[in-house]
Design a protein around this ligand. Sequence first.
Ligand code: HEC
Length: 215
Amino acid sequence: MNKSLLMIGLAVLLSACGEKTEKVAEAPAEAPKAAEQATAPAQQAAALAVDKAVLAEEAKAAVQALGSTLKGELEAAMKAGGPVEAMGICHTKAPEIAKAVSTEKGLQVSRVSLKNRNPDMGVANEWQTKVLNDFETKKAAGEDPATLVHAEVVGSEFRFMKAIPTAAVCLNCHGTDLSPAVTAKLSELYPNDKAVGYKEGDLRGAFVVVKNLVQ
Ligand code: HEC
């Protein structure tokens, strides 16, 4: 008895839903009613999408903080002592600044590249390599490298990447026409250096931000 009542109830509900959906298609004025009927998974997805946008803004701010501090320090060091002296900025200062920004913002910020200079640092893992390749494809299709970003939530991890275009100042140590002093220093410090031969506007790599959403 109870069971059949339930079945009837369900049937009424289902047909009502069906009817309403059809009506909505004809009359957009009823759209809010359809939204109220949104299923739980859809609502969850919507909540996640909002979070993702907020997280992406947070990540972008962290990356900008790292990028501008790094570039500022690099330019100052280049002016003060030239590229050989300034190498320490990319070597020691970059991870230091990344660590400071990470602690301050509660995220892990780093830099990765498909063509690494330091084989122990900034080697892209599998998902990062995929995103870097995707950035290359988009750039080849005409997208501005300065605008290339990637954001996704995988399990309990928020993952963000922002492309790093090669600027003119970078060419002193990552370009095609390096000074003999720079070349000598690089081959001394990084015998397996792959991070040369770039032109202005090329993708030097990307900033990576990872945030554990369960803390
Ligand atoms: C004075 C020389 C110098 C200049 C100028 C320079 N870099 Fe570097 N860069 C290095 C060195 C040295 C490393 C390796 C750092 C290490 O040991 O971890 C490096 C590493 C990197 C890495 C990490 C991935 C890798 O290849 O190991 C990125 C990304 C990077 N540089 C981007 C840039 C960008 C972007 C600019 C311009 C804004 C720039 N660099 C300018 C010397 C330089």
